[in-house]
Design a protein around this ligand. Structure first.
Ligand code: CMP
Length: 140
């Protein structure tokens, strides 16, 4: 195992319900360390760019509207095998399928308002981190 980084977003449904701390505690309890964090209100261009891979999906328009509907917290997480560690504590995309104890099982409202995003590979993590952070904003 190696210490690696992943990228996380605490989504508008979670910030709206004041769950930033509760979600972050779950991440920290899973062995992940927050090495960068900022609360932002994404522009439409940012949301469309970030989710460009889903552009052809039927839910793309609604996904973008949701992600710009309120503030989000973008974070860089560091830990042993950070990508799978984060995906495990997040739980399945659809909260109906998420395991007990996961963030989405406890907090998500729906497949769209599913409280968190996490990178799905080391390569995407590097790209997603670079989309929102300069290297000097990441302090391990
Ligand atoms: P996320 O990990 O942020 O990546 C894309 C997001 O699209 C996903 O989480 C979901 O919140 C959202 N989404 C909305 N509808 C769907 C759907 N039908 N299938 C998959 N993802 C969806």
């Amino acid at each position: 195992m190696a210490v690696t980084r992943t990228f996380s977003i605490i989504k508008p449904d979670a910030t709206r319900r004041n769950l930033t701390g509760a979600v972050t505690k779950k991440l920290e309890d899973a062995g992940l360390r927050v090495v960068a964090s900022k609360r932002i209100h994404m522009s439409r261009e940012q949301a469309e760019g970030f989710y460009a891979v889903h552009k052809e999906r039927p839910f793309f328009g609604e996904l973008v509207e949701f992600m710009i509907s309120g503030p989000v917290v973008v974070q860089v997480l560091e830990g042993e095998d950070a990508v799978p560690a984060n995906r495990k504590v997040m739980g399945a995309t659809n909260p109906a399928d998420a395991d007990e104890g996961t963030i989405r099982k406890e907090f998500a409202e729906s497949i769209e308002a599913n409280s968190v995003h996490g990178s799905d590979s080391d390569e995407n993590a590097a790209n997603e981190i670079a989309f929102f952070f300069n290297e000097d904003e990441i302090v391990g």
